[in-house]
Design a protein around this ligand. Structure first.
Ligand code: PMP
Length: 291
């Protein structure tokens, strides 16, 4: 399927993706001003669509963007985009840009928000062998600088973290907050498992939906789960470390700053949760049929 066959939603209509364009005066282009979401469809069902739509509307509210459609209509448009692309397994992204007021000035007055929805075939990006991650110099901004709860288009902080990690030969970055506590990897939440307790950072992180699912599945397995403050020490000494995201799933980390995690292979807690997650993706429990 090429860009002429794929269908995207933009400017309040479905168009061939090749014709889906935004103005160069859109504040998303000029300032990274907008919010977005990513969901996946698996075997004809979209996973936790409702939770993603609700988080999206919270992001809109937090940055004072008026979503031009209702929650129900947005949900229908997302499902319809996947349907029109004939996809069973899909990576779906929707964006609300601030829009433009006809000038390149950084003034939101008069901007008309623009909703964009796209769907692509799902690509499995998970690593079976595990990632080598590296702490980077760039830090996650505190909430009063740029709130990590908001899934905004302002990703330069995360992109720079990834650039730095890759330049140093690592697979992925590990980003700390300004106090030196563990936060996230670019586009992923992080978990550490030690002595049977699964822990994930609670401050200055996106409340990832895969993070939430992982905590739910772990609790159902009888594991103790904590949202807490974590230091690098916790990652260096953990039995297991892994990352979570909608697009990537649950991804093992086998090395942190040159220290081998556990025995250097994906561990049993992760394997069990990956299996639960795969089952959850394909089940009706948390998913919406594309129809
Ligand atoms: N943190 C950041 C900064 C992200 O961009 C993402 C990806 N959306 C995540 C964490 C993981 O969130 P989710 O599980 O909802 O995809």
């Amino acid at each position: 399927m090429d860009a002429n066959e794929r269908i995207a939603y933009v400017g309040e209509e479905f168009v061939p993706e090749a014709k889906a364009t935004v103005s160069i005066l859109d504040h998303a282009v000029l300032y990274g001003d907008g919010v977005f979401e990513t969901v996946v469809a698996w075997k004809g069902r979209i996973f936790k669509l409702d939770a993603h739509v609700r988080r999206f509307l919270r992001s809109c509210a937090a940055v004072a963007l008026d979503c031009p459609v209702t929650q129900e209509h947005l949900t229908e448009l997302i499902v319809e985009t996947v349907r029109r692309n004939g996809l069973e397994n899909a990576y779906i992204k929707w964006i609300l840009t601030r829009g433009s007021n006809g000038t390149p000035l950084m003034d939101p007055a008069g901007c008309v928000p623009n909703l964009i929805i796209m769907a692509r075939p799902y690509i499995d990006r998970s690593s079976a062998t595990g990632l080598r991650v590296k702490t980077v110099a760039v830090r996650r901004p505190p909430g009063h600088v740029l709130d990590a709860h908001v899934k905004s288009l302002n990703y330069l902080n995360l992109v720079m973290a990834k650039v730095e990690a890759k330049a140093a030969g690592a697979d992925q970055a590990l980003i700390l907050d300004v106090h030196g506590r563990l936060c996230e990897a670019p586009g992923f939440n992080i978990f550490v498992s030690a002595d049977g307790v699964l822990k994930t950072p609670r401050h200055d992180v996106l409340r990832g939906i895969t993070r939430e699912t992982t905590m739910e599945l772990a609790t159902e397995r009888g594991l103790q789960v904590q949202e807490t403050e974590l230091e690098l020490y916790d990652a260096y000494t953990a039995d297991e470390v892994f990352l979570t995201s909608t697009a990537g799933g649950l991804v093992p980390v086998v090395e942190v700053d040159g220290r081998t995690v556990g025995d250097g292979k994906p561990g049993p807690v992760l394997s069990a949760l990956q299996e639960d997650y795969r089952n959850a993706l394909a089940s009706a429990r948390w998913s919406t049929p594309i129809g």
